[in-house]
Design a protein around this ligand. Structure first.
Ligand code: SF4
Length: 443
């Protein structure tokens, strides 16, 4: 239920329990103080990143729709967008991690109607984990279970103190839980990383592994879980960590009543990539022979987990899905956007709430600039500037409602603070979908 309280100041309202979509923690306990129904002046309980997200929010003054840089009506933009997509031979849809689940669902439907490829920003962050989940599976849990039960909390290649500032306090280390009445004192924190990050200060045990040797470290732990003898010299040479340290860690893992490993891009985007994620998922599965053990990727963007969920429940796969044969095919490397663009395969694109023009490789950016594409974003970006059709949309969570998935796959409702003159991405996508269906039926 949205709770908007009025205050003694008639120009001020308070939106209670609003949801922050800046990072995958998706904190849903923020009280927003809204002045003149037009700007947020206070965000109670938000961290430094959340405060910046809410307090710096301004309505973009560009028109809601630009065609070739010229102002146009939303209807004209939708018509042009639908024609670009239906006339293309290999259209691609990309982004989605900063849109609510309702809009993501429509984007997948559009890709299906036009027989295109749908891909999300997961392909450039936790894509290797998405592949590993398909191969190994995931022993998982909610962040609520972590808060109430986890007495051994591990972070591998992840630095939540800087990337997810409320992770420790709200979910993983500090909370007093049902089975951990003393909170932090009842938990052991282990951090495995290649350098002493800001998070390492919170660790009871810090394991500094050799760069690019995560797979070897995880495989050593898997061997120790099976009581297999290892050569101490070889292990230290491979991982940079003495065997005795790995043995001590395994003993702690076996002793735990409830263990969890949060892993980040320090694991998934270094040498080994999906093999690293597979090794970690397999280790966690192995540990369940001894105790309850779980794992979760620490996800970045507000609704990137929603993108994985929605694309999965619409197609069976989380990202990099091709629908041109009328059924889904999953092949990262072939159907992931950075690759389809760099190989100059796509001939039109629908880019939603992401900025490939700012962060893709040079060949991918050059090709995107050479094809007609549509961009939806609340802000002006290098991608919206070069788009044939650019929609300025309302910001999800601040101006529009909907549903986002927290990093533990729990859906959370959004409680918007004030309206925007711009349409939501759901409204624009729904308009494009309606028109695409008509044009596809005519062709
Ligand atoms: S931890 Fe993340 S979701 Fe929570 S307030 Fe900070 S930025 Fe927002």
């Amino acid at each position: 239920m949205t709770t908007a309280e009025s205050t003694a100041d008639p120009s001020l309202k308070i939106v209670q329990d609003a949801t922050c979509t800046f990072c995958g923690c998706v904190c849903d306990d923020i009280d927003l103080h809204v002045k003149d129904n037009a700007r947020i002046v206070k965000a109670v309980r938000a961290c430094v990143l959340g405060k910046a997200w809410f307090l710096n929010h301004e309505i973009d003054e560009r028109p809601s729709c630009l065609i070739e840089g010229q102002p146009a009506t939303i209807e004209e933009g939708i018509e042009r967008a639908a024609r670009i997509l239906t006339e293309a031979r290999y259209p691609i849809t990309y982004g989605l991690s900063d849109s609510p689940a309702e809009a993501q669902r429509v984007a997948v439907a559009i890709s299906d109607w036009i027989g295109g490829t749908v891909d999300t920003t997961t392909s450039v962050c936790h894509g290797p984990s998405g592949m590993a989940f398909q191969g190994v599976g995931e022993v998982t849990c909610s962040l609520g279970e972590v808060a109430n039960r986890a007495d051994l909390v591990m972070f591998w290649g992840s630095n939540p103190a800087e990337s997810h500032p409320r992770h420790f306090t709200k979910y993983s280390l500090m909370p007093k839980g049902m089975f951990l009445p003393r909170g932090r004192k009842d938990r052991t924190c282990v951090i495995v990383d290649v350098r002493k990050t800001k998070s390492a200060k919170a660790a009871d045990v810090f394991v500094q592994i050799k760069p690019r040797r995560d797979f070897e470290g995880l495989w050593a732990l898997r061997a120790l879980a099976q009581d297999i003898d290892l050569d101490p010299q070889q292990v230290e040479e491979d991982t940079g960590v003495p065997l005795a340290t790995w043995r001590d860690l395994m003993a702690r893992m076996k002793r735990a009543r409830f263990g969890v490993i949060f892993f980040g891009m320090g694991l998934t985007m270094t040498r080994g990539k999906h093999c690293n994620s597979e090794a970690l998922l397999a280790l966690v599965r192995d540990m369940n022979k001894y105790t309850r053990f779980t794992c979760k990727p620490n996800r970045g963007h507000g609704n990137v987990t929603g993108a994985d969920n929605v694309v999965s429940w619409r197609t069976g796969y989380p990202f990099g899905v091709n629908l041109c044969r009328g059924y889904p095919r999953f092949n990262p490397g072939e159907y992931t956007t950075a690759d389809t663009l760099a190989r100059r395969e796509a001939d039109a694109a629908l880019i939603i709430a992401s900025d490939p023009m700012a962060n893709f490789s040079q060949p991918a950016r050059e090709h995107l600039a050479s094809i007609p594409y549509i961009a939806l974003d609340p802000k002006e970006t290098p991608t919206t500037r070069a788009a044939e059709v650019a929609f300025t949309v309302a910001t999800y969570g601040i101006n529009t409602g909907g549903t986002v998935y927290r990093m533990d796959d729990v859906p959370i409702p959004l409680r918007p603070a004030f309206p925007s003159p711009h349409p939501s991405d759901y409204d624009v996508l729904k308009g494009i979908e309606r028109r695409v269906r008509v044009l596809a039926a005519e062709s």
